[in-house]
Each structure stands twice: as structure tokens, then as C-alpha cells.
Write a protein that binds this ligand. Structure first.
Ligand SMILES: Nc1ncnc2c1ncn2[C@@H]1O[C@H](COP(=O)(O)OP(=O)(O)OP(=O)(O)O)[C@@H](O)[C@H]1O
Ligand SMILES: [Mg+2]
Length: 341
């Protein structure tokens, strides 16, 4: 089955063609980062308008790269939520219009299910069951996964997502958006031990997270540096390292706890923050020590992309799921509401 996937939940227009027999045939992405950089975050109306501009050229590009024509496509998957409503509506309307014109089914895919399944696009995909850590710009969740659509939420952030904390910490030090890659780059030049940040909620039982305090801690530390005249690049590097160490260690402690609680030794990490090298190294060590395995997607499939939507959609379309021509999206959408396959 050949599926066209469209991703427009936030500030990336992603398009891909995935074939159930031949794998990923082509994918293309247009990132709006430059458009939103001046504002230090995503401006929803600008995002929607840009998706409108990029969508059809990207679909043509992907078809050309894959050497396919529209009549070969069996179904269209699009991100139906969660995300920015205006941005989601662009992908949904485009998918439904093309599906109607081509006489094929369309299916709305859950963006976080897309992230969660992205590591399955790699050469050694994880087997069910596993524990998944979803760490992105809008989510930090630990989920027990027994199959596609069989999701049990084990814990989540009570305030900011980990990626959001990276972005806000970077912004307060005058770094570029998005902050995660900037902080991880500066952290490599940081002096270990100059600052020590707290490990929030690790000293009490449970699998929930809280990252807003870390962001405040970073702000106070930065302001103290500035007040003594040290607004240097080195101060930014040292804060970046201390902040990243705190996030990575906190996530590692909670992943270990979740694996123990679930009685599993397979961990999948997905979402933008799963591209972080220090996090991957720390989780690999932890899983190595317990003789388990950790799985993640290639860096470009950790952040938003069309390939993960085409893949997730293909699994569900193959199982016979599709929907009416109604154009409907959801800004908020708990993943536990999804139907099992
Ligand atoms: N190397 C990295 N280290 C840490 N964080 C990173 C890295 N690369 C990207 N990020 C962070 O990942 C986030 C973007 O990821 P993603 O595209 O999955 O999130 P989103 O789509 O905005 O949110 P959601 O998927 O929850 O709706 C940003 O917060 C960004 O700072
Ligand atoms: Mg995302």
C-alpha cells in the first residue's frame, strides 16, 4: 500500500511517500524556523499561511523524487492533531481535497503517534511491548506501548515540556530559536561543575515531570552572572551544560523507573529532544547496564516530518481505517483515545 503523508501541526511542512512493501520512497520538509525566529517562537497565523504556500510544491517534489504518479497512491494520511488549529486545517483540507479528487481514502493521524512510531522507520525497529519516552516541544510523556493504538500513559510533565524548557532557557540567554540544538551545541564547551541545577521531582516516587522550575533556575543563574558583569559566551556555555545535565539525568532516572515498573527492557525515545546526543548517550548507558535496548529515529525524523505521518497512517489504513470527507482537527487529543489496531 502506497501512502502519502502530510504533516502541518506546527512550523514544519512535511510530506512523504511510504510504501508498505518498499519502505520510505521519498520525503521532503520545509522548516519555517527562519520565518518565526524574529519572534522567538511560532506565530500561528504566519505558520498556517506558509503551509498553504509550501504544500502542493512539496507534494509534487516528493512524487517526482519517488518516480510516482498520483494514480499509484492508495491513501492519504495527515496530521489531525494535536497542534495549532489553523496549521492543522491546511493539511486536513489538502488531504481531504486530494483524496476526494483521486478517489482514495484519507485518514487523520495523531501527531504524537507519528513521533512514537518514527523509530520503526529505521533498519532495526523495536518490537512491542516497550516503554516510550516522548520528549518534544509540547510533550514530555512516558507511555507503555503494547501495540499500535495500545497506549498506557505512565507519567507526564505537570508544566513545561522538556523541549519548551530548552527553548525558554535559550531565549532568556539571547540564543536563537529553537533553543534545544543551540543549548546542546554550547554545552559541549561548558565547564563541568561550575553550576549545578536541581533534578526536579526525582526524590519522590512517581513518573511525572516538572521542568518550569529548571527554567527559572536557569534565569536566576543567568541574571546572577549578568549582575557581576559576566554575560560572556562562556557563562552561556556553563549554564547550557548544567541545564542539559539536569534535564538528561532527570529523564534518565524516570525512564529507568518506568522500565522497572513495566517490567520491560526496551525503551523508545521520540520527539525533537530525542535528537539530543547527551540524552542518547545517557539512556544507552542506562539500558546497557540493565542489558536492554534503546531505539530512536535518525535526527531528521525526531523533529516534525511527513515520513512518520505516512508510516503511522499506512499502518492504520492497511487495517481498514479511514474517515468521511469531513474536515476535522483537534488542538488537544489524548493519545489514549486512539483505537487499537
Ligand atoms: N538536539 C536537541 N537537544 C534538545 N532539544 C532539541 C534538540 N533538537 C530539537 N530539540 C527540541 O525539540 C523541540 C522540537 O521538537 P518537535 O518538532 O518534536 O516538537 P513540536 O512538534 O514543536 O512539539 P509536539 O510534537 O509536542 O507538538 C524543540 O523544543 C527543540 O528545541
Ligand atoms: Mg512534533
Amino acid at each position: 500500500m502506497l501512502v502519502l503523508g502530510l504533516e502541518t501541526s506546527c512550523d514544519e511542512t512535511g510530506v512523504a511517500l511510504y510504501d508498505s512493501e518498499r519502505g520510505l520512497l521519498a520525503d521532503a520538509l520545509f522548516s519555517q524556523i527562519d520565518l518565526h525566529r524574529a519572534y522567538g517562537g511560532v506565530v500561528p497565523e504566519l505558520a498556517s499561511r506558509d503551509h498553504v504556500k509550501r504544500m502542493l510544491p512539496l507534494i509534487r517534489q516528493v512524487l517526482a523524487e519517488a518516480g510516482c504518479v498520483p494514480t499509484e497512491i492508495d491513501g492519504i494520511a495527515y496530521t489531525a492533531g494535536p497542534g495549532l488549529v489553523g496549521a492543522l486545517l491546511v493539511g486536513a483540507s489538502c488531504a481531504q481535497a486530494l483524496a476526494f479528487a483521486w478517489g482514495i481514502p484519507a485518514l487523520g493521524v495523531h501527531h504524537m503517534e507519528g513521533h512514537l512510531l518514527a523509530p520503526m522507520l529505521e533498519s532495526q525497529p523495536p518490537q512491542f511491548p516497550f516503554v516510550a519516552l516522548l520528549v518534544s516541544g509540547g510533550h514530555t510523556q512516558l507511555i507503555r506501548v503494547d501495540g499500535i493504538g495500545q497506549y498506557e500513559l505512565l507519567g507526564e510533565t505537570l508544566d513545561d515540556a522538556a523541549g519548551e524548557a530548552f527553548d525558554k532557557t535559550a531565549k532568556m540567554m539571547g540564543l536563537n530559536y529553537p533553543g534545544g540544538p543551540e543549548i546542546s551545541r554550547l554545552a559541549t564547551q561548558g565547564v563541568d561543575g561550575r553550576f549545578v541545577f536541581p533534578r526536579p521531582m526525582c526524590d519522590r516516587p512517581g513518573l511525572d515531570f516538572s521542568f518550569s522550575g529548571l527554567k527559572t533556575f536557569a534565569l536566576n543563574t543567568w541574571q546572577q552572572c549578568v549582575s557581576v558583569g559576566d554575560d560572556s559566551e562562556q557563562a552561556r556555555c556553563d549554564i547550557s551544560l548544567a541545564f542539559q545535565q539536569a534535564v538528561v539525568e532527570t529523564l534518565t532516572i524516570k525512564c529507568k523507573r518506568a522500565l522497572k515498573q513495566a517490567g520491560l527492557k526496551r525503551l523508545v525515545i521520540a520527539g525533537g529532544v530525542s535528537a539530543n546526543k547527551a540524552l542518547r548517550t545517557s539512556l544507552e548507558k542506562m539500558l546497557g547496564d540493565m542489558k536492554g535496548d534503546v531505539y530512536y529515529a535518525r535526527p531528521e525524523f525526531c523533529t516534525d516530518n511527513g515520513a512518520m505521518i505516512a508510516f503511522a497512517g499506512c499502518q492504520r489504513l492497511q487495517a481498514g481505517q479511514h474517515e468521511s470527507l469531513a474536515i476535522s482537527v483537534q488542538a488537544r487529543w489524548p493519545m489514549e483515545q486512539l483505537a487499537p489496531l
